[in-house]
Design a protein around this ligand. Structure first.
Ligand SMILES: NC(=O)c1ccc[n+]([C@@H]2O[C@H](COP(=O)([O-])OP(=O)(O)OC[C@H]3O[C@@H](n4cnc5c(N)ncnc54)[C@H](O)[C@@H]3O)[C@@H](O)[C@H]2O)c1
Length: 419
């Protein structure tokens, strides 16, 4: 078996942590038990590009239980947990190509190696695998049954491929399932982003001004959790509806040019490019701490910061201080501008990834069951699948809810009764 990981001897620690995460993933566990019996993915080659975390390991085990021959690669050069990669290889015989801190070149070579397995299904996170296949190895597209996409940014790219007429197979937008983005993007990113900032800096947030750039699902989570720790939260937005929402949720909203002057902490979660730009860095306070939790590392214009500053000094792991050549002021960047929750912490807690990865496993099965029936382009899973995942999660939490009585059902489907 071919693989490229940091150190196979890290496997025992990784196994322990994978099993620990599994305790919080009851929905995925149920799917794994069913997959073991039914083998819905038997004989299929599958590439999963994901953050190599304990939760992803449990997804990989589920795909393997379903009969797939799965290869795993990292979806970000800084998000791999090396002990998890080792355990997947040593304990489950799953090929992994991922090393924490790998260069962009190595990252891309892993993408190409995974494509060389000639997969039938691609589970992507950010669309690098699908985009590379369409750019460099178009001939592989004919063996693809379908692909799935984990994150907001990847779906934006898939829709652009669809508009450009190059998406020749079905792709399931897992992020668009309600049991994914309502929970993973909001509660997962909220908790793990703050966890990353705190682990990296160990600085008190209470009383500090914390700027959240982008008030989408991830932004709402970050703002909510920063407020919970006593920070004064400022939101910046470009969408007037999201901006009103932030105002009514009780946050100060202002343009980035003003927020740049007052923030002690900045987190970008927009999926957009250079939302913190040269002029913003220039007007920041001395010691301002800046990080990104959006998918790619281009949300911060780090190129401009590098030009304006001396070579950065590493103060702690994942903490680099940039001092301006023009004066004594410095700005601190966490995790090289890559996803701070995965670079400096462990990513989302298992309990939310349970629902996200239940969606991934069921999407792979859905693609196989509907092989040849789905049109090329972006699809969402049927609403019943979302409902089923939510119901299983509630059951695992011991939470019961009401059901509609015949009287309620009749009323909800009638139009005659009014004032
Ligand atoms: N860190 C993680 O683990 C994690 C988890 C899920 C998603 N993501 C990524 O986070 C990013 C955001 O995801 P989301 O689901 O919240 O997306 P979203 O579309 O719900 O929200 C993005 C928000 O950013 C706003 N925005 C865009 N450009 C802006 C600008 N220049 N200034 C201010 N606001 C701007 C948009 O109006 C929108 O409200 C994506 O890249 C996504 O892939 C990261």
């Amino acid at each position: 078996m071919q693989y490229d990981i940091k150190d196979i001897n890290l496997a025992p620690e990784g196994k322990m942590r994978i099993e620990w995460a599994d305790r919080e993933m009851p929905v995925l566990r149920l799917i794994r038990e069913r997959f073991t019996q039914e083998k819905p993915l038997a004989g299929l080659k599958l590439v999963a590009c994901a953050h190599i975390t304990t939760e992803t390991a449990n997804l990989a085990r589920t795909l393997q239980a379903g009969g797939a021959e799965a290869t795993l690669i990292a979806s970000n050069p800084l998000s791999t947990q090396d002990d998890v990669a080792a355990s997947l290889v040593a304990d489950w015989g799953i090929p992994v190509f991922a090393i924490k801190g790998e260069s962009t070149e190595t990252y891309m070579s892993h993408v190409r190696m995974a494509l060389d397995t000639n997969p039938n299904i691609i589970i992507d996170d950010g669309s690098d695998v699908v985009a590379t296949m369409l750019k460099e190895k178009k001939e592989l597209a004919s063996s693809i049954i379908g692909t799935t996409e984990e994150t907001t940014t990847g779906i934006v790219r898939l829709r652009a491929m669809q508009t450009a007429g190059v998406l020749t197979f079905p792709s399931i937008a897992v992020n668009d399932a309600q049991t994914k983005h309502f929970f993973d993007n909001r509660y997962g990113t909220g908790q793990s982003t703050l966890d990353g900032i705190i682990r990296a800096t160990n600085i008190l947030l209470a009383g500090k001004t914390f700027v959240v750039v982008g008030y989408g699902w991830c932004g709402k989570g970050c703002a909510m959790r920063a407020r919970g720790l006593g920070a004064n939260v400022v939101v910046t937005e470009i969408d007037p509806i999201k901006a009103i929402e932030a105002v009514m949720d009780g946050f100060r909203v202002m343009p980035m040019s003003e927020a740049a002057k007052v923030g002690d902490f900045f987190v970008t979660v927009t999926g957009n490019r250079h939302v913190i730009d040269k002029n913003h860095f220039e007007s920041m306070k001395d010691g301002a701490i800046v990080c990104n939790s959006g998918h790619f590392d281009l949300e911060l214009n780090l190129g401009s910061l590098r030009e304006m500053c001396h070579a950065p000094v590493s103060r702690r792991p994942f903490v680099e201080e940039y001092t301006f050549k023009s004066g004594g002021k410095s700005v601190i960047v966490l995790g090289e501008g890559r996803l701070v929750n995965l670079a400096a912490a462990e990513g989302h807690p298992a309990s939310v990834m349970d629902m996200s990865f239940a969606n991934q496993a069921l999407s792979a099965e859905y693609l196989v069951k509907n092989k040849g029936k789905l049109s090329a382009g972006v699809h969402v899973l049927p609403a019943e699948v979302d409902q089923e995942i939510a119901s299983l999660k509630l059951r695992s939490l011991g939470v019961n809810i009401d059901t509609l009585t015949p009287e309620m059902l009749e009323y909800m489907s009638s139009w005659e009764t009014g004032t």
